[in-house]
Design a protein around this ligand. Sequence first.
Ligand SMILES: Cc1cc2nc3c(=O)[nH]c(=O)nc-3n(C[C@H](O)[C@H](O)[C@H](O)COP(=O)(O)OP(=O)(O)OC[C@H]3O[C@@H](n4cnc5c(N)ncnc54)[C@H](O)[C@@H]3O)c2cc1C
Length: 418
Amino acid sequence: MSSTTPSIDVIVIGGGIAGASIAYQLTKRGQRILVLERHLLGSGSTGRAAGLLGQLRGTEAATRMMMDSLRIVREVEGRTGRQLFVETGSLRLATTPERAADVEKHVAFGKSLGLDIDLIGREELRRIIPHMRADDVLTASHCPTDGHLMPSELHDAFVALARAQGAEVRTRSPVEEIAVRSGRVAGVRCRGELIEAPVVVNATGPWSYLVAATAGATLQTCALGHYYITTAPDPRFRVDPMSPAVRDHDHRIYSRPEVGGILVGTYEAEPRQYEMADMPEDFDMSTMTAERDNMTVALLVEAAAHRFPFLENDVPFQVTHGIMTFTPNASPLCGEIPGAKGFFHCAGFSGHGIVRSPAIGVIMADLILQGRAGYDMEALRADRYFELPGFQTRAEIRAKGRTAYAGYYGGKKDPKKG
Ligand SMILES: Cc1cc2nc3c(=O)[nH]c(=O)nc-3n(C[C@H](O)[C@H](O)[C@H](O)COP(=O)(O)OP(=O)(O)OC[C@H]3O[C@@H](n4cnc5c(N)ncnc54)[C@H](O)[C@@H]3O)c2cc1C
């Protein structure tokens, strides 16, 4: 059967936040966009995210991207009249001398980029976040312009704006295959129908390596479990909803306020691997549950209670479990891979897909329409592992992604190892 929708410029596969942001940016530039979503919009990782936004990253390019993302969020807030960002500020804690040296370097780097960030001591910590334990903190950084995004609201806003600008969005529309003719993408096969377009974007999050494989491409992404707990508001322990977010790498946890309680998540040392090909066709991440006696949850609760001692008082909480998409170096894969011209990938956000999505939409639109982006693409290129030995088999990719995840927060630094 041939296409019933012949006049499409770009097909975006995946109705998560990446696909929605790309559709927003491309329709803004007059492109005719079709978004195809396997199940329901936001039924992947996007619906599970915590949304923490810390602007200062390891490199100037990554930091600039985060600052640009925040500017785009402000623009979307202006266009939709909805609040999408909560500017609570953020703290990064150090409880060992080695981590303190890291935090000091982090602050110096942030200042050199013009970011409003400073070191603060225990007294100030107790004042701005009284529900947090501070007696073991040697030093901390404070960035008052950080905070958290509201993931579902931002996703809805991108979808609404893209639709208002002409995007067509089809749910329950799984793409089964990428059609490639003479080395160029020709469209996609969706429920047996060939839908033609000169450009196709793979924005399918944890499923991205499967979608890439239908075009014969190897994409270095893997699917890893991630957990956080959210406490219910408890009249005995008032949490200011504008309390700063906290990153405590020594205890592998992060936290932010959440409707009168707190959310605390962990980057555990031994994340669980998922094989997305084993998931049912209508798999919805919001149906994932976690057993309370699961080891990761037990360690998370222990670390959370250490940092936030009020949790020791039987404060009710719920556990959220979802799947993240990691790459071997925790940096996303954006762009084409040799073999299928016009087939672009945009996946592997490694726990930062919500906060990166606004700038990533611009990057993908630039790559598709101009062939280059206004950022240093070396760290983001989708072809950076193309035919590179050690990065080709599923076993190799899974092992490397798992190591990247486990090293993200690192846990307590061993002073002997430095
Ligand atoms: C528990 C948890 C906490 C997190 N916290 C944060 C955080 O604090 N900050 C942050 O920035 N990020 C966070 N993340 C990560 C963030 O959720 C992801 O990086 C982001 O949502 C990725 O968006 P995406 O659009 O790439 O993928 P997804 O949201 O997974 O969207 C991909 C979509 O593609 C669809 N799809 C798959 N295959 C097909 C197909 N063949 N045809 C059509 N459609 C298909 C899926 O159904 C899905 O809807 C968290 C993730 C989890 C799980």
